[in-house]
Structure formats: C-alpha cells, structure tokens
Design a binder for this molecule. Structure first.
Ligand code: M6R
Length: 614
C-alpha cells in the first residue's frame, strides 16, 4: 500500500529518500515520486512504471539540485485514479510552492473538489489526495502558516490519512499528521525523519516514535514538536525496536520469499522460546495482559483477521474449541464491525495481524473494545498500531517479513494462537498437565520437522514444472486441513496469478464439483487427521472426473500416494499442529509455479504488504 518517507536536516536528502522508498517497495505500489525543498523553490519528480518506479526515480534524480536538506517521497498504490505519473504523489498546489503526500482515503473528496474548483483551484489529478494540498493552499492564502493550514484543512476531511507536506517558503519544516493510517517519526542528532513504517527508517535512526490518531508533527532539523489536530501539546509514543537493518535485507537468497520461507524453523522456535516454565506450566509473557483470572473469566472467543492471518485464525478455532472447550468465532475483519457483533467483557477478542496496521482489523478491534470486550492482538510488529491500542499483545517473533506473500508470519501466527489455546486449556482445566506437556513437546519439535520439509523444495519444483500449463486449481482440505487449503490457494493466486479456489473438501459435491474436468488440478491436504478417510473419498470423487491430483501426504503413507498423481511429502506431526508443516510445500508450489510463469514473487501485481485502506 502507499508509503511515505520524509527527511529534514541532512546533507543530502535525495539518496535518503530513495533508500527509504526502496525499503517501502515491499508494501506494494505502482508509482512513486519525491519532492525536494531547494533555494526557495520545490523540485519534484515522479514515475509510474509499476514496481520499477523507484528505480526510475534514481535515474530521474540525476537531474536533481545537489544537496537539498529536506524533502518527502511517496510510493502510491492506486485507489482513486489509475497508476499514472499525473496521479502519482507528491501533489502540488496551484502555486507550485506547496507539496503534499498522502496515504489513506479522503472519503468526502468529491464534495471538497467541487468547492475548490468553484473558488478557482485547478486539480490536475484524479486522486482523492490532491484536494488536501489545495485545501492547505486555501488556508495559507487566508494567512495561515503551513502548520495551521494543514490543521485547518484536515478538520474538513472525512476518512483516513497519513500526510506530509513541505512549502518552499518554510524550508526548515516538514509537517505531518495522521488519522487511522500509520506514521512513524524518527529523531537523529541534527535531522528528523518520518515514514509510514519502521523498516523504512531503520537505516537512519533507531529513536522512533509512533504518531497517534489526530496528532500533527512539526519536523525541524533534530527536533519534532507534536500537537493534536485541535492544537493541544501532545507526545508521540516511543517505539521499542527489536529488528536490525540486516534482518530486512535479502541476504544471499534469490528473493525475500525464499529467504523468509527458509527462516521459518527459526521463526517458529523464537515464537515458542521461553513459553514453558521450569515447572512445566505454559506462560504467555506479561505483554499479553491476561492474568489467570482473566483467562478463567473468558466465556467466548472471537477472532478477527484478514488474508493469511484469517487462515491462521481458522486453525486456532479448531485448537481453542478442542483443547479449551470455548466457543470460538472467526470473522473476516472487513465484515466484522458491520454485522453489529454481540460482545461483552467476557468475550476475548483476538486480532491477528502480522503488520498490526491492517485497517480492517484495526477498526474491528476498536469496535470490540467499544463494546467492552477484552482485546488481545497477535502481531509481528512491536508497538504496531494494534499492539498499542490493545489490552494485550502476543508477539510472533518472525522478524521483518518483506515478501508480500505471508510465509513465516503465517506459521508463527498458528503457533502463537495454538500456544494461547493451550494456555486457555491449562487455566480452565480442560486438558491435563500431561496432555498439555505432550502437545508442547510436539510443538517444540516443529522447527526440526520444518528443517526437513525445507530440504524438499526441489521435489516440489519438479511437480510445479509438470503443472506449469494448468490454469485451474482447487485446494481441498478437511478439519485443520481446510484452512491449509485456503492458504495454499491464496498463495498461488497472489504470486502466480492462477485461478485457485480453496474449499472444504466435503462441500465440493454441493456445487463446485461441476467445475471439475480433465486438466483441473486438485491439491488435497491429505495428511492424517480425523477426517482423512472422508477426505480420500472426496479426492476419489474428483479423480474419477478427470482431475490431476496433487496431495500433501505424510512420509511413507502409501495409501495416500496411491490416490495421487504427485505427492508433496511432509513428516507426520500431531494433527492439530499439522498446518504448520503442511503449509510449507504449498508455499513452495506457489513459488515454483510463479517462477515458471516468470512473475516477481516478492512484489506481485496489485498487492500491498500492509493494507491501510478499507
Ligand atoms: O498484516 P496482516 O496480517 O493484517 O495482513 C493481512 C493480509 O493482508 C495478508 O495476510 C495478505 O493476505 C497476505 N498478502 C497473504 O499472503
């Protein structure tokens, strides 16, 4: 999704802006631009060459004035208006002396534009964002400073925003503000920075602060003043940074996705580290904010998430209901708050989000808190917006994930949520200590199993080669194999652009089986769980209609192999934990099919890593 970077008080702003934009590329974007403040004027350049735009800016930047000390940059993920240069940010006002970048959506932009045009403003783009720069211009024309102008302009807009603005007449100032869309402030000795997420600033400073909703920041060289949009003095929230800059580099791998898939054993081990005390009892750390009394008071669980995080939540439903015997609902976050959910103080509401910034989930959790529910967030980013607002946080410890397709964060979410399920079971006495101990032993063995699966990537590559001409894929599973199937299909769609549908295998006969014909590929999650026999019958049904069958099967399981044209082998683990292992060959399958079709796996078209618009 859109990314913002800003800097003031440095020797040469352009290389820093370009480096920051490079670090924001992983969020997904289709055009980019920068503006520099130079000798009483602005210098702007923009490019709309999809995921090559930041590279193009590097070339265009060769014509930039040397050694400007401030500027802002932007990567745009198109919402309103096509991904063209004219629609790319920064946008300028009518004088060309004021520039602004924006993330989010200005919902009342059409009404505001009518008013602006009526008073003589010329809007150059089709974006919702451009109205902002003209609103600030109008306020400044009435005598406001840049800061006051932005404050007044933002009072007139509905929607979400992270904005940053510079003016040629105020070269010692970058102004920024946010509502819903995230914005991070960084402080150096003589410089100040801003960005839409942490990795963009890791190369510049580690003194980072999160701007909260409806706060405005005035960045000057080496200092930042924070106020509310109403003008009251305020403080940004200091962030604890536990990532280093090398963690967000590609290392020796061909791409981030491969790197992150191979980091999965360590990520799972890190997420489980220190959770079993010397006396054998499981514990969440203090940040989770759940005392024994809190855990016992819970009478229902409601999980809210999107995409791969939603699939991890679906696995958790099985684990929490089976182990802790608590009714558990899982909601797609974008629907959750609009269905008038029924929650109270005994409902544990869990938001699952690797970024902790996904706006659908963030807003869903706000609704849950407003209804009195206790909110726990499972997030990979320390001090993310969700983490800051929740009653407690359970961190996955996967390290930064740059590839757009979630891999290591998905696996660690499952592990964290299953750990929570065991902790709930422990508090409620629904499993004995020895039962919990046995599952925990298996959990702690997952990294070793994952190591074995990672050695088999080339086997999956060979299967992918055989399937390279296929266009239609069904992913089937039952019980916890169902979310694995959904996740496998999502991975394939995202990075290979092939039609893939994830489905509960038993439901296929109620309609979708009509789509099965010779040439359709059916990928079944056929590791041994309590519904393995029924799954096999469902596979027979599609096999007899001519589908090509690919099955994820347990090592040495000849009965499963007998049904399949191709088998993706994985070690057998406790069935409730099997999604952690079974997901991996499906990540590889998506990866190798994307390679076969020549796609960029880290930056798939149309997608954003962090989705900050509704
Ligand atoms: O940051 P989040 O976990 O909240 O993101 C949710 C989804 O946008 C995300 O899982 C998306 O579906 C991934 N690209 C999946 O690979």
């Amino acid at each position: 999704m859109c990314g913002i970077i800003g800097v003031i008080g440095v020797d040469d702003a352009l290389p820093l802006l370009l480096e920051g934009l490079g670090r924001l590329e992983y969020r997904g974007y289709d055009s980019a631009g920068v503006v520099l403040v130079t000798g009483g004027t602005l210098w702007r350049t923009r490019a709309a060459e999809g995921t090559h735009s930041v590279n193009d800016l590097r070339v265009l930047g060769e014509d930039a004035p040397p050694r400007c000390s401030s500027g802002v940059g932007h990567t745009r993920w198109a919402t309103h208006g096509e991904p063209t240069t004219v629609n790319a940010h920064p946008h300028l006002d009518c004088t060309g002396r004021l520039a602004l970048v924006h993330n989010g959506i200005i919902e009342n932009h059409a009404d505001l534009a009518i008013g602006l045009v009526a008073t003589g403003h010329v809007l150059a783009s089709e974006t919702d964002s451009e109205v902002l720069v003209h609103l600030v211009e109008a306020e400044m024309a009435r005598g406001s400073t840049l800061v006051e102008g932005l404050r007044l302009a933002l009072r007139r807009v509905r929607g979400s925003f992270a904005v940053a603005a510079v003016h040629a007449d105020e070269p010692e100032l970058v102004v920024a503000a946010r509502r819903v869309s995230p914005l991070i402030i960084g402080l150096g000795d003589d410089a100040s920075f801003l960005a839409s997420d942490i990795p963009a600033l890791l190369g510049s400073t580690r003194r980072l602060f999160a701007l909260e909703d409806d706060q405005l920041a005035e960045l000057r060289p080496g200092s930042v003043r924070v106020t509310t949009l109403d003008g009251a003095e305020a403080k940004a929230t200091p962030l604890s940074i536990d990532w280093d800059v090398t963690a967000s580099r590609q290392g020796g791998y061909d791409d981030f996705m491969t790197k992150e898939i191979h980091e999965q054993p360590d990520a799972v081990a890190a997420t489980l580290f220190g959770r079993r005390r010397a006396d054998g009892m499981l514990t969440l750390d203090e940040a989770a904010g759940l005392s024994e009394d809190d855990l016992r008071a819970v009478d229902r669980v409601c999980i809210v998430a999107c995409g791969s995080s939603y699939h991890a939540a679906l696995v958790a439903k099985y684990a929490i209901e089976e182990w802790a015997r608590l009714p558990t609902e899982v909601d797609i976050a974008s629907e959750f708050r609009y269905r008038r959910p029924i929650l109270d103080h005994r409902t544990l509401t869990i938001g699952v989000s690797q970024s902790g910034e996904t706006v659908d989930t963030l807003q869903g959790l706000r609704e849950a808190r407003a209804l009195g529910a206790k909110v726990l967030v499972v997030s990979n980013v320390v001090d993310s917006s969700m983490a800051r607002e929740a009653d407690g946080v359970l961190y996955t410890r996967a390290g930064p994930e740059i590839g757009v397709a979630a891999t290591k964060t998905h696996l660690t979410q499952i592990v964290a949520l299953e750990l929570l399920a065991l902790v709930l079971a422990q508090a409620r006495g629904t499993l004995s200590a020895s039962e919990i101990g046995a599952v925990t032993d298996q959990m702690l063995g997952l990294p070793d199993h994952l190591d074995k699966v990672l050695l088999r990537t080339k086997d999956v590559a060979e299967v992918a080669q055989e399937l390279a001409e296929a266009r239609d894929f069904f992913y089937l599973g039952r019980h916890v194999g169902h979310p694995v199937a959904l996740e496998g299909a999502l991975k394939l769609k995202e990075i290979s652009y092939l039609r893939a549908e994830g489905y509960p295998a038993g439901e296929l006969k109620h309609g979708p089986i009509a789509l099965i014909e010779p040439g359709t590929v059916v990928v079944g999650v056929a590791t041994r769980n309590c519904l393995w026999e029924k799954l096999c019958s469902n596979i027979q049904e599609v096999k007899s209609r001519g589908a090509t069958i690919v099955l994820v099967g347990n090592d040495g399981d000849d009965q499963t192999a007998a049904l399949a044209d191709h088998v993706l082998w994985v070690p057998a683990v406790e069935p409730m934990l099997s999604p952690v292992v079974d997901a991996v060959p499906l990540q590889f399958l998506a990866y190798w099919l994307a390679q076969a079709h020549g796609h960029d796996v880290d930056r798939p078209r149309n997608l954003a890593k962090t989705v900050t618009v509704e």
